[in-house]
Design a protein around this ligand. Sequence first.
Ligand code: ZN
Length: 146
Amino acid sequence: MPVTELKIRTLGDPALTKGACLVKEITAYHRKVLSGMARLMYSVSGVGLAAPQVGILESLIVIDIGTGLYKLINPKILKVSGTQISEEGCLSVPGVIKKIKRAKTVIVKAQDENGKHLTIEGEGLLACVFQHELDHLNGKLIVDYK
Ligand code: ZN
């Protein structure tokens, strides 16, 4: 799929519930997809976007809560602590806001677009967005929370 044509898939699209595969070898294609996803996220004033939301079932996410852009490959939550409840929306579920209980702090490991291994600690909003985007990689949406 040409990266310039990335579009956000919405509720009912099968790509959103299938789950993503791990990226085995990071290539120029993945770097292009991540850049395209970041552009798309900024164009709709989002704070995070996962590849299944654009129909690509690979483990790629972009996040920017206003403190800098993360382009991450194969992110995985290593450790969680505390709890927080916040109101969440999702670009793929327009018009829905849900109160969701999540961990307050997460430690995430991932690779950057050059394959470098990173460990990132997120708290508050950043922790929430990490958990939301990782849910997308597992095919889980905010409407799946009670
Ligand atoms: Zn979402």
